[in-house]
Design a protein around this ligand. Structure first.
Ligand code: ADP
Length: 607
């Protein structure tokens, strides 16, 4: 913020106001006072002169009115005698004029030759003619001094008999007034100087806390709340400073709360697994969290200030207004032929109380897994229905044929019944397998593991198959002679190996060989069963562990397979912490590998 210039400062304003106040006060007082004083002085002066004039008038009237005899001096001499006492002081000259306008006496000793002359003074003539007192102030031509002139008619028995003319020097009165005015002017200058100093001091006293508050407000704007305004007193400004400090504290608390909330919100947004995108009221992205960046695989820079419809790649289907009105969630399918990738977006509108839309918030959720599971479930239901329908349809046809009379045919009837029996058994197997899978899917499914010598265990299973096998297939055992203790659920592992070995037998050609291997690693054992059968095409080799997947459906069905055997085996092996996979060279046989976790122990430990 820029500095306050001197001409805008409170200092100048205070000093100006003070000076103007004093000046106006002094002017009003001065004018009024000097005018009063002037009037008073002039009045006093005039009164004193008039008093003396009246006295003189009385003496002159007496002299004129007197009836003279020879002993009496002539009028001029007597008047001159009277006037002598009136010269000097403020009175400059007194003249007496008789009715014939003749000057009969003057107080001025050096100017006695005017006596006897006829006066031409207008004021004297008017005064005598109209019987009025004439007064006037004029400036003396020679000295420039102000002179007060008064002409008073001499009245004897109510008749004008002459006039007295008096000139007094009134300049001294004005000199006195000038002196008083000078004193007044000096007092004004002193008062002004004092008021300038007081004005500056007062302005400082007021402006210092205000400047402090201004500085603090600037610091607060920069986020510094640690400053405090100094409180100089408890007057209104002091109260303002206290309130200001209080306000600072409150603001600091409010800012801390807001900052805390902001941080909480930021960390919630950052650590949320769902993607969050916020837009302004035009649909431009103003916020995007890490999860959304990851889900959409874009950089923050590209995302920000882009339109939300563009970012989500739905600009062809939706406008921003559509999204505002969208009640349901929108499914964003970014799947490629090789990889499914599906997001669900839910939109909520940021609205003011007035209903004006301020923006939009989109929450993105990765539902690929969910969708995959849903697809698998649908596929599974379809598979199960199909697997059950096929035997049921064939059984229905056989049963229909039997009920249509085939039962009487001794040759056909037993064959038909045998088929229905086989199909029923297959269905039972299928249902059992399904039950087994569903049991394993449930969370409470428990294995009953115990330490088993795997060499003996494996040999026993191979022995069993050796006895019951119907084909001409030779068994080759590459098993170690030593004991290998592994912790397994015997029933479940028997089921796994039964399935693998029966598959090897099923797909082995007549006269083929099946090799059983058991190898001991450092932390696992590897079991493998290799046949010399049809093999499995490369692109399907991993799919044989999927539920209901069969390379050759007809062949599998012929052997009474359900397509669930390897899927169950895989789940069981993985539940043991092991792995199962297949390797095959087309047409040259298949090897199924199984690994199981194993802890190497010396035989002594069991001794
Ligand atoms: P099935 O009941 O059909 O045998 P499995 O889950 O046990 O179901 O096997 C799945 C599919 O894997 C079989 O249908 C077959 O196509 C293939 N398969 C399994 N073992 C072998 C093998 N040893 N040789 C060739 N194909 C096999």
């Amino acid at each position: 913020m820029k500095k306050v210039s001197f001409f805008q400062s409170i200092h100048l304003k205070f000093v100006l106001v003070y000076v103007l106040l004093i000046l106006i006060a002094m002017q009003i007082i001065g004018v009024y006072f000097s005018r009063q004083l002037e009037n008073q002085f002039i009045e006093n002066f005039q009164n004193s002169i008039t008093d003396r004039m009246n006295l003189l008038s009385y003496s002159i009237e007496e002299a004129i009115a007197k009836i003279r005899d020879d002993e009496d001096p002539i009028l001029e001499v007597e008047v001159s005698g009277i006037l002598r006492g009136y010269s000097g002081g403020d009175i400059l000259e007194v003249r007496v004029i008789d009715i014939n306008k003749r000057i009969i006496g003057t107080s001025e000793t050096d100017n006695q030759n005017v006596v006897g002359q006829i006066t031409t003074d207008k004021d004297i003539l008017q005064s005598m003619a109209f019987d009025v007192v004439q007064k006037a102030i004029y400036r003396d031509g020679d000295t420039g001094n102000r002179i007060w002139k008064i002409v008073q008619p001499i009245r004897i028995d109510g008749e004008v008999r002459g006039a007295i003319y008096l000139k007094a020097d009134i300049e001294s009165v004005f000199d006195q007034l000038q002196e008083i005015n000078d004193i007044f002017a000096n007092a004004t200058v002193i008062a002004l100087s004092i008021s300038v100093i007081l004005g500056i001091l007062l302005a400082q006293a007021i402006s210092r806390p205000i400047t402090d508050m201004r500085r603090q407000a600037l610091a607060m704007a920069k986020g510094n709340f640690s400053r405090k305004v100094k409180v100089y007193g408890l007057d209104e400004i002091g109260q303002l400073a206290l309130t200001f400090n209080n306000l600072t504290k409150r603001l600091q608390e409010a800012q801390a709360t807001t900052e805390g909330e902001r941080r909480k919100l930021a960390s919630v947004l950052a650590y949320m697994t769902d993607g969050v995108i916020a837009t302004d009221r035009r649909g431009r992205i103003i916020l995007i969290n890490e999860s959304a960046i990851g889900l959409l695989n874009v950089s923050r820079e590209t995302a920000l200030s882009q339109q939300i419809t563009t970012l989500l790649g739905i600009e062809e289907k939706y406008t921003f207004e559509d999204l505002i009105n969208e009640q349901e969630s929108v499914i964003l399918d970014y799947s490629t032929p090789h990889k499914p990738y599906i997001l669900r977006a839910n939109f909520s509108v940021i609205q003011k109380d007035s209903g004006i839309v301020n923006g939009l918030i989109a929450v993105l959720h990765d539902i690929t897994e969910q969708e995959k599971i849903e697809m698998e479930r649908r596929e599974f239901v379809a598979n199960v229905s199909h697997e059950l329908r096929t035997p049921l349809t064939s059984m229905r046809s056989y049963l229909e044929a039997l009920s249509d009379g085939a039962w009487k045919d001794e040759e056909i009837a037993p064959r038909f019944l045998e088929v229905t029996q086989t199909e029923t058994e297959r269905m039972i197997r299928l249902v059992n397998d399904l039950l087994q899978l569903s049991k394993m899917d449930s969370k409470d499914y428990r294995f009953q593991k115990e330490i088993v010598d795997f060499t003996i265990f494996f040999n026993r299973i191979i022995d069993r198959f050796d006895i019951i096998k119907e084909q001409h297939v030779t068994f080759t055992r590459e098993l170690p002679s030593k004991t290998i203790f592994v912790e397994i659920d015997e029933d479940k592992m028997t089921q796994v190996l039964d399935n693998v070995i029966s598959n090897a037998l099923k797909y082995s050609p007549e006269g083929g060989n099946i090799t059983f291997r058991l190898e001991e690693g450092s932390d696992e054992i590897q079991i493998s069963v290799s046949d010399e059968g049809v093999g499995i095409p490369k692109d399907q080799i991993n799919k044989i562990f999927d539920r209901f997947y069969r390379v050759d459906k007809a062949r599998s069905r012929k052997f009474g397979g359900t397509g669930l055997g390897l899927a169950i085996a895989k789940e069981m092996v993985e539940a043991h912490g092991g792995k199962i996979w297949a390797e095959s060279k087309d047409e040259v046989g298949t090897t199924i590998f199984i690994t199981l976790p194993y802890e190497h122990t010396d035989e002594d430990d069991w001794a």
